[in-house]
Design a protein around this ligand. Sequence first.
Ligand SMILES: [Zn+2]
Length: 103
Amino acid sequence: MTDEEITEQTAETKQLARLKAVTFDELDAFYEEMGTENTCNICGSDVWTHVGDGEGPVSLRLPAFNRDTAFALAFVIHCNKCGHMRFTIGSTLLDWLQNREHQ
Ligand SMILES: [Zn+2]
């Protein structure tokens, strides 16, 4: 493994660790800024719930079909009335968090 590959792998590990540590408060701030928590486009309700548990938000691992080890992480909220789910890709959330943390 080259130094460049090791550096890349270390950066990826740090990013994954940061995504694992995301809190409900951080997600709420992100959704508020992005306007994600507006009316459900299926039923019109405006009550959403995070997918998560007592430890915090759960990120879903979405494996790629055509790339052996590739995957995407997504955070999810669902409409309380009809169950419609909204996915936010982890990389966008991570960029937003990193911008916020470096300001
Ligand atoms: Zn709905």
